[in-house]
Design a protein around this ligand. Sequence first.
Ligand code: ADP
Ligand code: MG
Length: 226
Amino acid sequence: MIQTSKLAFCYPGGTPIAFPDIDVAQGTVVLLSGPSGCGKSTWLALVAGLVKPSAGTLTIAGQSVASLGGVAADAWRASNIGFLPQKLHLSAALTVAQNLAMAQWAAGQAEDLQRIAVTLEALGVADLGHRKPSQLSGGQAQRVALARAVLLKPKVILADEPTASLDDESAAGAVQLLVQTARQQDATLVIATHDGRVAPLIPARQDGQSGFAALQLVRQATGVLA
Ligand code: ADP
Ligand code: MG
């Protein structure tokens, strides 16, 4: 469902970051791990089609992401990718419900308040639709951002460091909520993290198999000789 081959990316003036190949089925949880600076957020940006590979291929459900351009790329991303960024980027001027409605507009859909209400309820924040982001706790804000990410039932959910700055109990809750939501929607979930607490928090599958596929990145060469 996510398939990459010899994928690489180079920031302007930087050294190329080479990524290991991956080929996972729909509904898989992928744990994208590795130390800070190894390229996890860059890999998520590639999968979301926010940046284009400098080498190699990447397909999501058979679609070559890099071959999409302009409006088609935006429309594809809005309906296929749910992004839970590290900084949540909720719009401060809008209510929670309006923040979710923005995801519907971005996908070219009509505002659907019923769908917004159902999604907020599924994430345990049904009563927060009229609040502004500044009136939410950190945990509530993360649930709202996850609700926005999964509102359109994307095939792929990308979570960037979802446990950063959370205590153990909240981290466990956040991972459980992500995995549970993805499994309910049969979405492929990628958790990018350098937090060693995450792997043991991912519940095994019902058939007893390991709950996740590991994509481990290593520290990239800096190109600078010591
Ligand atoms: P991670 O998410 O694993 O911490 P990143 O994907 O953010 O790693 O970064 C990978 C490498 O690319 C790092 O060396 C980082 O400094 C560099 N990098 C990230 N974003 C940019 C950018 N916008 N411009 C130039 N270099 C960048
Ligand atoms: Mg990162």
